[in-house]
Design a protein around this ligand. Structure first.
Ligand code: SF4
Ligand code: SF4
Length: 449
């Protein structure tokens, strides 16, 4: 296994070709989406919020507060199964096309590097050259741009984690009022800068746990960027004027030269491969030059290469899909039947019924009411049946902040005539205005007749 300290700087050749063009278009869409999503609001709340600090999440409009940890767990589990299923079938499509690390590294930071320092050869020369004015200007410009983009990404992270309101505040209000937040932005700017200026592909090859899972998740039917060894081997240089007896690989090493993780795809599927497609383009360009058919390196599976069968759906895939459908169904049911409040109301420990002089019986309860929405609500607790009334100890005002909680004690008072047995089930509800938010039951104790 490669360690960070062993790493040597890589100078991958500038990629070009049809797959690269597709990836550029896709990356533009991904980056636009990443920067737009936290600013989209539905019913006044952010479309996506991942506030791990306060354990508040909004996933496409569904608010998940601290008390909804099981819903969050279910969502995470579904996401994990989805990742497993997706990876089993499509390999590391995510890494090459949509992972923010790859997208920013290959489509933003490396593009800036190529634009300022030139391609591989020029970069190597510049790094070896003495510190002339030209080198200082080039390096200074490159790392200033890296720093500014890292700062923008750190701000974006804040918008996702603490929300755009926090971001507006820090921008519009005096800095000394938000020193902690600003320190966080500075710290994350430094981390992103270190990641994109120094760590680079090692984030994928050494740090990322998803990359490490590949050996478990992939099978011989998984689709990956792969070298067709049946067609390419035995490899050998192309010699003009001789009849070729080798395979189609002409040992030009172009696939190695463009690889941003520095591997040779011809050695088979490797954990370091992020499926960036650069080697497909490089090899296709070479095949065009020498007049061979394109696709020596392509999206394919090991079985498609060796057995000429391209079976994508295997029993394992069906198994994952079945689990995923079950999880999504459960998730859909839970979200659809979810209430805005969650109330617990229990008889106060050690308390008995109280017989009142007016012919009523009282039971004392303690209650807790959680607001499961991201807005302030003013709910009221009601006794729906049997007929009776609630007497709150203290103020009956239950105004709840977003994701807030209120607790208190309440007497339930019921006329004896309404009570047919020692234990009576009370049907209760929580409403806001005329809108019922939740219903629940509890028991009421009366003396034996
Ligand atoms: S082997 Fe090919 S697809 Fe994999 S990382 Fe290297 S260039 Fe990208
Ligand atoms: S680019 Fe293609 S032909 Fe050249 S070494 Fe790689 S696999 Fe062989």
């Amino acid at each position: 296994m490669k360690a960070i300290s062993d790493a040597r700087p890589l100078y991958p050749q500038r990629p070009a070709g049809q797959w690269h063009n597709r990836r550029v278009a896709f990356s533009v869409a991904i980056i636009a989406l990443l920067f737009v999503v936290p600013f989209v609001r539905i019913n006044g709340q952010q479309l996506v919020l991942l506030n791990v600090v306060e354990r508040k999440f909004i996933i496409f409009g569904v608010f998940i507060g601290p008390q909804d940890y099981w819903l969050f767990g279910l969502m995470m589990l579904s996401f994990f199964v989805f990742i497993v299923l997706f990876t089993t079938v499509f390999g590391r499509l995510w890494c090459g096309w949509a992972c923010p690390q790859t997208v920013f590294m290959e489509m933003v930071f490396r593009k800036i590097e190529y634009a300022i320092e030139g391609d591989t050869g020029k970069q190597k020369l510049l790094d070896k050259a003495p510190w002339t004015t030209d080198k200082i200007l080039k390096k200074g410009l490159k790392y200033t741009l890296f720093l500014l983009i890292s700062f923008a990404i750190a701000n974006l992270l804040l918008a996702y984690v603490l929300g755009t309101d926090a971001l507006y505040k820090i921008i519009s209000e005096p800095l000394q009022d938000h020193l902690a937040l600003f320190s966080g932005i500075v710290a994350f700017t430094a981390i992103f800068y270190w990641n994109f200026a120094w760590l680079r592909e090692q984030a994928c090859t050494v740090v990322c746990p998803y990359g490490r899972l590949q050996s478990v998740l992939l099978d011989r039917n998984s689709i990956n960027v792969a070298y067709d060894h049946e067609r390419g081997e035995p490899r050998g240089k192309l010699h003009k004027g001789t009849i070729r007896t080798e395979g189609d690989c002409i040992s030009c090493f172009q696939c190695v030269a463009v690889c941003p993780t520095g591997i040779d795809i011809r050695n088979g599927t490797q954990m370091e491969c992020v499926n960036c497609t650069a080697c497909i383009d490089a090899c296709d360009a070479m095949m065009d030059k020498v007049g061979f058919e394109r696709g020596l390196i392509r999206y394919t599976s090991e079985n498609a290469i060796t057995k000429k069968s391209a079976k994508v759906i295997t029993p394992r895939t069906w198994g994952y899909a079945a689990v995923l459908v079950l999880l999504w169904s459960a998730l859909g049911f839970v979200v659809a039947t979810r209430t805005d409040t969650q109330t617990t109301l229990f008889r106060a420990p050690g308390s008995r019924y109280i017989e009142n002089a007016d012919g009523t019986i009282s039971n004392l309860y303690t209650f807790k009411i959680f607001n499961k929405t991201n807005a302030t609500i003013k709910p009221s607790i009601r006794l729906d049946s049997p007929h009776g009334k609630l007497l709150f100890a203290g103020s009956p005002d239950l105004t709840l902040e977003a994701a807030g909680m209120s607790e208190g004690t309440v007497f339930v008072v019921i006329p004896k005539s309404e009570l047919k047995s020692r234990k009576t089930v009370l049907k209760m509800s929580v409403s806001q205005g005329s809108r019922q938010l939740e219903t629940f039951e509890t028991t009421f104790i009366a003396p034996e007749e």
